[in-house]
Design a protein around this ligand. Sequence first.
Ligand SMILES: NC(=O)c1ccc[n+]([C@@H]2O[C@H](COP(=O)([O-])OP(=O)(O)OC[C@H]3O[C@@H](n4cnc5c(N)ncnc54)[C@H](OP(=O)(O)O)[C@@H]3O)[C@@H](O)[C@H]2O)c1
Length: 241
Amino acid sequence: MSSLAPSRLSGRTALVTGSSRGVGQLVAEALARQGARVFVHGRTETACAATLARVVAASAGRADPVVVAANLAVPAEVEALADRVEALGGVDILYNNAAIMHPWRERIENHTQADWESSFQVNVFALVRLCARFVPAMRKRGWGRVVNVTSGIDKTPQLAGYGASKWAVDKFTDDLAAELKDTGVIVSRLDPGWLRTDMGGKQAPNDPETVLPGALVPVLLADDAPGGQFFRAQELRGANV
Ligand SMILES: NC(=O)c1ccc[n+]([C@@H]2O[C@H](COP(=O)([O-])OP(=O)(O)OC[C@H]3O[C@@H](n4cnc5c(N)ncnc54)[C@H](OP(=O)(O)O)[C@@H]3O)[C@@H](O)[C@H]2O)c1
């Protein structure tokens, strides 16, 4: 038993997709520090080992984290991921963070069908399916938080497939928020800002750690907060969560 006082997410369970590294790893650790039981996710269990160790330390014995591996590029693996998490008790918090970015394409003629298909499968279709699988139980319980990670990417035609996938995430989040009005399930968007992760690259202006505390704000919203809000982690660096 931990001697730590129960914190704001005690008794809550969270799935953070793409938490083997980068933003997801920091979010998983921060949720564990707030008392949540965390499902750590990546494509392989091996990839999740470092996050698991950090989450175990952050949990301080209050909740047992679990690793769940699935390649979100494969629709059957998305369903199997949801099956496994449901079998282990389901989630109150769905943090849809995993995403891929296709290679830089200088001109439109360089874009490939695969760029667009893979961007939409991982970044949009998997995210929609995970909402479809987990939101009904949240709704039944009258409490849930869904955070869909988006991007501030703009006027970057070289990454148009990625940019369009995030636009689709924004649109879907708006629509889902309308459906979930007054249900206790609050869905939000979070733009982490341009960060020095594997995806953001070394030239990014911000430390990955600057995603916190802002990334927790959409999870810790009051129960009467509106859905569909757009949070920008870099504008929330001083947030008191
Ligand atoms: N970094 C930035 O500057 C930036 C800016 C704006 C928005 N974002 C958004 O922030 C989120 C996190 O980005 P990040 O920078 O932390 O990315 P990252 O460092 O590249 O990490 C990506 C995460 O997603 C997982 N992932 C990738 N492809 C997957 C697949 N097919 N199936 C399952 N999991 C997969 C990875 O798991 P594995 O380890 O198993 O590969 C990893 O955990 C993304 O939604 C991204 O679009 C990032």
